[in-house]
Design a binder for this molecule. Structure first.
Ligand SMILES: C[S@@+](CC[C@H](N)C(=O)[O-])C[C@H]1O[C@@H](n2cnc3c(N)ncnc32)[C@H](O)[C@@H]1O
Length: 368
């Protein structure tokens, strides 16, 4: 097996001095063998291919405050960066359930965390959508002491062109977190009328050129099969932009267009709403939840649900403002820059609730 990997490495060829394509980044894709190269990539503020850098880790540990003996849920385990830190806090004297919708990355994460010494006593994996977390109550009838959800997609998903999330490389126009379920973006687009396409672009990513882009997609929808075709289509549609920053604007519209279809294909906002609704019944009294969101559609829903829970006495305390990654974190990891972290603590009882004794980090940013 090792021999096979080494032979494969030697055969990789790329133009220029640095690999550009995901498949050429064999050193980053094998961090165990090329630790120093991976470190250099991190120092340049980039995420090594095939990995994910967890965001606001110390803030999340402070909010969730996992203690030995507790049972927690990582509802979006991804690469397992947050899970690893939460497990360290549990110190082999508690348990973490780790779930994710992605059947491709989840087994790799399980293998990675098992290699770090976390057995089934410490950590259990389930491939599932967090919209159905109530089902976990059959395994954890008392509910969880803490729950984390780090929304959106991982860098592994985003960077791998075969998953169809990236506009940087050509690949199938898929965008599914679970490619075994539902339909790829190309199919969804094919059955949409123009008004539906407009709604997807406007509501999922506030795209200012929603009409123009929807019209263009509608006119070529039967031919759109590849990510590169969608990139070219948006670019050509907005090529008449006369503004001085036209190139940057086109780039932003491409990002937003991919985001809008990703959210639609995975029903991300529907899943988040079902998760938020189920949360209180899945937390023990005094249980803590932290949610990292990456765009206004997500953050609005989290804020509204926590505020409603506070008014109804379901939560005893909620984040007054979203916590933002520090300036240093945003500089070191530009993918963290849109993140907003909110938390809530479940009331000890619905009448006359008492606060959990959790240390809460100071907040920056907008008011609730
Ligand atoms: C930002 S990444 C999480 C990264 C993780 N915290 C880490 O430290 O590596 C988001 C993950 O959530 C998963 N995900 C997104 N929506 C989901 C859902 N509704 N149910 C389950 N998993 C979901 C994605 O597949 C992805 O792996």
């Amino acid at each position: 097996m090792d021999e096979e990997i080494k032979t494969h490495h030697r055969r990789v060829r790329y133009r220029g001095t640095h690999p550009r394509k995901f498949s050429e980044k064999y050193k980053e894709l094998h961090p165990e063998e090329y630790a120093a190269d991976v470190q250099r990539v991190l120092q340049r503020g980039r995420t090594p291919a095939g990995t994910h850098r967890p965001i606001c880790v110390s803030e999340i540990v402070e909010i969730l405050h996992p203690r030995p003996g507790e049972v927690g849920l990582d509802a979006t385990v991804g690469y397992g960066g947050h899970a690893r830190r939460l497990l360290e806090e549990l110190d082999h004297r508690g348990r973490l359930l780790a779930i994710d919708a992605d059947p491709i990355e989840l087994p790799k994460t399980e293998e990675r965390l098992r290699r770090l010494g976390f057995s089934e006593e410490d950590l259990l994996f389930r491939r599932m959508n967090f919209a159905g977390i109530e089902k976990l109550l059959t395994e954890v009838p008392e509910g969880f002491d803490f729950i984390l959800a780090d929304l959106g997609v991982s860098s592994m998903q985003l960077d791998n062109p075969s998953r169809g999330f990236t506009f940087k490389d050509d690949g199938p126009l898929d965008l599914r977190m679970n490619p075994q379920r539902g339909e790829p973006a190309s199919e969804l687009i094919r059955r949409c009328d123009r008004a539906t396409l407009e709604g997807i672009l406007r509501e999922n990513s506030d795209e200012p050129f929603w009409q123009e882009i929807a019209q263009a997609i509608f006119s070529s929808k039967d031919r759109l099969q590849r990510t590169g075709q969608l990139v070219d289509l948006v670019s050509t549609t907005l090529s008449s932009l006369k503004r001085r920053d036209a190139t940057a604007e086109r780039g932003k519209s491409i990002v937003r267009t991919f985001q809008a279809f990703r959210i639609e294909v995975n029903d991300e906002l529907g899943a988040l709403e079902r998760f938020l609704e189920a949360l209180p019944s899945c937390l023990r009294p005094g249980g803590r939840v932290a949610i990292l969101s990456f765009h206004s559609g997500e953050d609005r829903r989290v804020k509204k649900s926590f505020k409603k829970g506070l008014l109804e006495g379901v939560y005893s305390k909620i984040a007054p403002d979203p916590i933002r990654p520090s300036g240093k974190e945003q500089f070191d990891n530009p993918r963290s820059s849109s993140a907003k972290l909110r938390w809530a603590i479940k009331a000890e009882s619905v009448e006359g609730f008492a606060e959990g004794d959790v240390g809460i980090p100071s907040c920056e940013g907008e008011n609730l």
